[in-house]
Design a protein around this ligand. Structure first.
Ligand SMILES: [Fe+2]
Ligand SMILES: [Fe+2]
Length: 157
């Protein structure tokens, strides 16, 4: 991202958060409506939720431009986010929940800490495998390059 201090970048980040939350919230509302037999409202929430995803993607196109993204970068960013969740965010939130005696929140945050840890480890294992794959590809490319170089040397000799 070229302008990390820009007001517009901050606004796009906030808009991305809002649209993402709208998606989850509408899916949650759809579940509630369906549970009491209101299928029409459930469908209205689900179809609108799908559009919120597209709105969120539009913001992400600006925040993480395709030209700057690679699978490795995506995995690194995901690991970063999950690691922040289980090392800083949830431990801090958990601490506050303990102080306020909110046992349900403490238990829920303990679960989230475990889940985030698992997600980070999972992405890390995928990244490690990807690194091996890229190394193997690089070796093949090198072989090809050497082959072309030898062929070129013969022509120019
Ligand atoms: Fe929207
Ligand atoms: Fe996660």
């Amino acid at each position: 991202m070229k302008y990390p201090e820009s007001v517009t970048v901050k606004n796009i980040e906030a808009a991305f958060a809002g649209e993402s939350m709208a998606y989850i919230k509408y899916m949650y509302f759809a579940k509630m409506c369906r549970a009491v037999g209101d299928e029409a409202s459930a469908i209205a929430f689900e179809s609108t939720a799908t559009q919120e995803v597209q709105h969120a993607f539009g913001h992400l196109d600006l925040l993480y431009p395709k030209a700057e993204m690679t699978p490795v970068r995506c995995l690194e960013m995901a690991i970063e986010g999950e690691t922040y969740e289980y090392t800083e965010m949830y431990p801090n939130f958990r601490h506050a929940a303990v102080e306020e005696g909110n046992h349900a929140a403490v238990a829920e945050m303990d679960e989230q800490i475990e889940e985030s840890k698992e997600h980070a480890a999972y992405f890390q294992s995928i990244l490690d495998k990807a690194a091996k794959r890229f190394a193997a590809l690089a070796r093949v490319e090198e072989k090809h390059a050497n082959h072309y170089r030898a062929a070129l040397a013969q022509i120019t000799a």
